[in-house]
Design a protein around this ligand. Structure first.
Ligand code: 48F
Length: 268
């Protein structure tokens, strides 16, 4: 006989949700790394950072993760990755079908789910429905020391609600083509000298290579990975090949790990 479904009082549900969410927020008010955006670069970075023992939170504007993965190539549910990025996907249990010349084809839903599971299982926190709309900074030297966050729904409603701030030893812009965090830094902290030039037209191979190569700490405390890198450096876009995004996420994590834990430190 099937087990009877348990009775529950509504106020128990309410208290449990609020209390446990508050515990998380109190804990993440001061964090090691704030990753902005849960696309391929952000989820990969978060997994590597959490595996290295760094307290990592990902803020994602939408109520879902995956960023541009879900759109595949023109909404066909497949994307391409190339060696050596296939290893990152194999590590999280993604199913890859080999093509020719070190290329693989992947299902978008499989890749989104597995990258997110990889980050969560490693210990990263992913907070959905929260937009990073500003930065916290200090001077002498000018540096980024955290992010300003707001419910996406509040922003969409256009009502005036003051946001909250989260201190972070490192902030990573993984917001994709618009490089939203770097754009805030460029507009509101001019001392940092950041300019957003916007990406160039498509050249897949060159774009993949340059995105990974240029992944870096852009100014003290603020790192860039994924397509945000192309937006500051005016390098080409690549279309639905994603190896560069994964490798950029892994690279930025390694840069942050070395900065916060010292040279030679690695993600386990
Ligand atoms: O766009 P997105 O997937 O960025 P990515 O990791 O990868 C780019 C590829 O998907 C693709 C490509 C490569 O082949 O050209 O476009 O560089 O993911 C960015 C995520 O950041 C969220 C956004 O909803 C998306 O899920 N996001 C953007 N701005 C903010 C944000 C913000 N201000 N606060 C929080 N999340």
């Amino acid at each position: 006989m099937a087990e009877e479904i348990r009775e529950v009082e509504e106020e128990v549900i309410t208290r449990a949700i609020i209390q446990k969410a508050m515990e998380d927020w109190i804990n993440l008010a001061e964090t090691d790394v704030a990753v902005v955006g849960a696309g391929p670069s952000g989820l990969t970075a978060a997994r590597h950072l959490a595996k290295a023992g760094l307290k990592t939170v990902v803020f994602e504007r939408k109520l879902s993760f995956g960023g541009g993965i879900g759109g595949g190539g023109m909404q066909f549910h497949k994307i391409v990755v190339q060696t050596p990025a296939d290893k990152i996907l194999k590590d999280v249990g993604c199913k890859l079908e080999p093509l020719e010349n070190g290329l693989f084809i992947v299902d978008t839903a499989d890749m989104m789910a597995k990258l997110a599971c990889g980050a969560l299982d490693a210990g990263a926190k992913i907070i959905l429905g929260v937009t990073v709309d500003d930065l916290i900074y200090r001077d002498s030297p000018t540096r980024v020391v955290g992010v300003v966050v707001q419910w996406t729904s509040v922003i969409m409603a256009g009502i005036h609600v003051d946001p909250l701030a989260v201190k972070a030893k490192a902030v990573i812009d993984c917001t994709g083509h618009d490089a939203e965090v770097l754009a805030v830094a460029s507009r509101k902290i001019p001392e940092l000298g950041i300019t957003i030039q916007g990406e160039k037209s498509m050249w897949s191979s060159r774009a993949e290579e340059l995105t990974v190569k240029n992944t870096r700490e852009v100014c003290p405390g603020l790192f860039a990975a994924g397509m945000a890198v192309a937006a500051i450096d005016q390098t080409p876009r690549m279309g639905p090949i994603f190896g560069g995004m994964l490798l950029s996420g892994a690279k930025v994590a390694q840069l942050v790990i070395e900065k916060l834990k010292g040279k030679g430190a690695k993600s386990s």
